[in-house]
Design a binder for this molecule. Structure first.
Ligand SMILES: *Cc1c(COP(=O)(O)O)cnc(C)c1O
Length: 409
């Protein structure tokens, strides 16, 4: 069967150059522990530091400011927790947004139970925080602002540079989750005026289980989560994931070097996908910002259909998409991102996310447009919501009440 992968925000395939570089550190004599002083250790240590140089260069940082982690989730946890606990004497207030990835949202919520005060800023209908809300939320107790660069579910790009400027002028530490933006739009820590920034390997055509955290020199931050050895200059204990880190270095280098060309290509594909979907299928809305969005990101809500049903029907036709993280964790709640954008419950249930990658071709969009309209037509014909408009407009979650597939984990 023809298989089309339209889920690059969930994960990406590994670039062949990255896999090749990684394999070098899984074979032969490249197995040393980088902490060891002997030949085997030194050899690997050198490669590890070269990888650090590459990651640093890709985001405009210096090598000492890069800490390797197990991925975006760990980077987010480490950034937020580390700032919170080393600035307790200054204050206990943390500001974030309602549309953050759970790696950020659940971390600040956990801190909320440990004596920190958390402000979760609302977003506008495009999923964007308002600058005046950020400014008004800052108090003399504020120690950290953590707001993502680009949203994974709706692709909206936040005004990070402006927030960075504001945070700096108010003496507040600023972290951004750049897991989705890195490799697709410019990410430069000095241009964005951020103090901490998270990236992940598997979202940039690298392997899973490796990431990095940028910590600006002089930032009040300390290691709080992993107790152990002195690796990563006491910032992240545990023997380094050498093959993963080597891969992260190459993936970051390629992400930065190819960003402009690849993004231009992806944007062309994405625009044709958006115009075809909204032009040829009725009662569809683009979610997220129409212009300030990731170049590879298209997300929609289809009235009166369930995202999960679309996803499963598409999968049967060989198309891999995502339902915008609705119904994850086995709960009946639709995506927190869509709800906080003011999209009604029953509409949010009909969300689907199509995220393109460098291997996608224009033919993939054509194939999608062959299979999608009949799927929508069939599901709408079956939908009790489609017949009962009044019921669907009810703010109680109508879709939840009639759905059975939604309860899957
Ligand atoms: C994927 C993702 C993460 C988590 O990264 P992992 O490496 O999978 O732990 C964090 N934030 C955003 C915005 C993401 O898209």
């Amino acid at each position: 069967m023809r298989r089309i992968y339209f889920d690059h925000s969930a994960t990406t395939p590994v670039r062949p150059e990255v896999a090749k570089a990684m394999y070098e550190y899984l074979k032969g004599e490249n197995y040393g522990n980088p902490t060891s002083l002997h030949y085997f250790g030194r050899k690997v240590r050198k490669a590890l530091e070269e990888a650090r140089d590459k990651v640093a260069a890709a985001i405009g940082a210096t090598a000492n400011e890069i800490v390797f982690t197990s991925g975006g989730t760990e980077s987010d946890n480490m950034a937020i927790h580390g700032v919170a606990y080393s600035n307790k004497n200054k204050g206990n207030h943390i500001i974030t947004s309602a549309v953050e990835h759970h790696a950020v949202l659940n971390t600040v919520k956990a801190l909320g139970k440990e004596g920190f005060t958390v402000t979760i800023l609302p977003v506008d209908k495009y999923g964007m925080v308002r600058m005046e809300d950020v400014a008004n939320a800052i108090t003399d107790k504020t120690i950290l602002i953590t707001i993502m660069h680009a949203n994974n579910e709706v692709g909206t790009i936040m005004p990070i540079k402006e927030i960075g400027k504001l945070a700096r002028s108010r003496g507040v530490i600023f972290h951004t989750d750049a897991v989705q933006s890195f490799g697709k739009i410019p990410v430069d820590v000095n241009d964005l005026e951020v103090d901490l920034l998270s990236i992940s390997g598997h979202k940039i055509y690298g392997p899973k289980g490796v990431g990095a955290l940028y910590i600006r020199k002089g930032t009040r931050w300390r290691q709080t989560l992993l107790h152990g050895g002195a690796q990563e200059r006491l910032r992240r204990a545990g023997t380094e994931n050498v093959p993963g880190i080597i891969a992260m270095g190459v993936a970051s280098e390629l992400a930065a070097a190819n960003m402009e060309l690849e993004s231009e290509y992806l944007q062309g594909l994405r625009d044709s996908l958006i115009s075809e979907v909204t032009g040829r299928i009725s009662r569809v809305k683009l979610t997220g910002h129409p212009a300030l969005r990731l170049p590879n990101h298209a997300s929609f809500t289809f009235e009166f259909i369930e995202g999960e049903s679309m996803l499963l029907s598409l999968d049967m036709k060989g198309v891999a998409a995502s339902s915008g993280s609705a119904c994850t964790s086995g709960s009946l709640e639709p995506s927190h991102v869509l709800l906080s954008m003011g999209i009604p419950h029953e509409v949010a249930h009909g969300s689907i996310r199509l995220t393109l990658g460098i291997d996608n071709k224009p033919e993939d969009v054509s194939y999608f447009m062959e299979v999608m309209p009949p799927i929508v037509e069939r599901l709408r014909a079956m939908s009790p919501l489609d017949q009962e408009t009044e019921f669907a407009m009810n703010s109680d979650c109508a879709a939840c009440k009639v759905s059975s597939s939604c309860s899957r984990t």
